[in-house]
Design a binder for this molecule. Structure first.
Ligand SMILES: Cc1cc2nc3c(=O)[nH]c(=O)nc-3n(C[C@H](O)[C@H](O)[C@H](O)COP(=O)(O)O)c2cc1C
Length: 198
């Protein structure tokens, strides 16, 4: 009995060690279709701060879907690219997302994809830990779209573990990284929190 319990302890310990070193899969993308997206630059930088993670950085331009409409949906069903993105979220251990802000809200391309995905699966974030970010050239750093997403995403079963806003992108970001020390420290600690959650 004593030997059995010792074996059990060893097995549990090995399992815990293996789990600690298992590579996690992270899906990263920006809520933008701009070829020079500053949010894509931010999410790329945030991805580079992760360790023990395999990051798949995708671009919404590669997930083209038609403009959502209930009539079109009745006619053609759901687009393959919306199903594909849902699968990628489902398969990931965590999601890094940086939202571009247009007129205080999601960009059309992101909202359109969200609408399609929510028709296939209303809990379309599958409870995956998420680091939610936004940046803009202005001083508010996409705070309106962040607030909107923080209110809405949990209804789609998002598990937002931290959020980060980078204001004044042009002066706070250069050559692929955040150059403002304080903001850089903030992002680093939020990435660490995300890393410890996935
Ligand atoms: C139609 C439109 C509306 C915009 N509205 C806002 C806004 O409400 N707040 C803001 O901070 N920036 C706004 N901007 C500026 C964007 O933040 C800027 O274009 C930024 O680069 C978008 O992010 P992206 O490069 O990742 O696409 C707007 C830009 C466009 C084209």
């Amino acid at each position: 009995m004593a030997i059995y319990s010792l074996e059990n302890k060893i097995i549990l310990h090995i399992f815990a060690m293996e789990n600690k070193f298992i590579m996690k899969n992270v899906l990263a993308f920006a809520g933008s279709n701009s070829k020079t997206s500053i949010n894509k630059q931010l999410v790329t930088y945030a991805s580079s701060l992760l360790n023990k993670a395999k990051v798949e950085l995708i671009d919404l331009n590669d997930f083209d879907v038609p403009l959502f409409g209930v009539d079109l949906e009745a006619e053609m069903g759901h687009p393959e690219n919306a199903k594909l993105l849902l699968e990628k979220i489902k398969d990931a251990d965590g999601v890094l997302l940086s939202l571009a802000e247009h007129n205080g809200a999601y960009t059309a391309v992101f909202k359109n994809m969200l609408d399609w995905m929510s028709r296939i699966e209303s809990k379309n974030f599958y409870g995956k830990p998420m680091l939610l970010m936004a940046t803009s050239p202005g001083g508010r750093g996409g705070k309106s779209v962040l607030a909107m997403a923080k209110d809405r995403f949990p209804r789609h079963n998002a598990n937002i573990v931290a959020d980060f806003s980078l204001p004044s992108f042009g002066s706070n970001f250069s050559e692929g990284k955040i150059v403002n020390e304080e903001l850089n420290k903030e992002l680093n600690s939020k990435v660490e929190l995300f890393q410890n959650t996935i």
